[in-house]
Design a protein around this ligand. Sequence first.
Ligand code: HEC
Length: 270
Amino acid sequence: MAAVLRAIPKSAASAAVAVTVAAAARSADCSDDHVPSLDLGWSHHGPLAAFDAKAVRRGFQVYKEVCSSCHSVNRVNYRNLVEYGAWSEKEVKAMAEDVDVIDGPDSSGEMFERPGKLSDPLPSPYANDEAGRAANGGALPPDLSLMVKARHAGVDYIFNLLTGYVEPPEGKEILEGLHYNPYFSGASIAMPPPLMDGAVEYPDGTPATASQMAKDVSVFLAWASEPEHDDRKQAGMKWIFALGTAAVVTGFYKRFRWGPYKTRQITYLK
Ligand code: HEC
């Protein structure tokens, strides 16, 4: 390869490389079995941006009222909601107490039911994976805790998937129980379109259109997959500031100490 490149002029070689790279990128897209997700420019992307806490709160409401009938988010515990701060402790305790949790065994060896506590994970809709499959035509609704991390396009994918249901193109056969969604790998998904305009009522008065709910629940799932996101960026900012200040001080100190040596003139007398 090196010999070939040496034989052709440099500009032609780099043009050839550029064309090959571009073609490779395009052919990778063309051979995908789904439409690539659009980059939606989320407000929490960027080195200094935090999650939109109001969107996380609304998104949790959408999850609870719509998605939680099929999906779990079992890596999130009620106490994580309190720690994040978009809900008050009283609110979250009341939410947790609404759920009956099976605990035990007690001193007589029996399992018993008790109201939920802050240390419990959000409840799963099905007792086990088999029950989940049986209720959904054989397809298991996956746990959504880390879904944003588990798909290449991350939070963009979740939004595009939720809003991407369309009529199948002419000639495309969709098996019974499946739905056409070009953003899903293979384009046939077992999840029916989950969001309809007005499916929830937001207490803050935000109009609950399907795309608004899709956006909010995507932000909630992004938070669920990385609850430390805001702290991480804040800590990063502090470190960059501290190291930047240290670099300036060190630079100044070095010049201050070395200045006399660097600027002195040595003259040898006979
Ligand atoms: C009626 C049950 C049901 C509801 C309600 C539901 N889903 Fe699903 N969902 C499923 C099933 C079943 C699958 C698995 C699909 C498959 O493998 O074909 C799935 C898959 C998914 C996936 C994974 C797609 C992938 O790439 O593997 C995501 C993300 C998702 N759902 C998000 C949501 C969100 C967000 C909501 C709420 C707005 C929601 N779902 C509501 C049944 C449901």
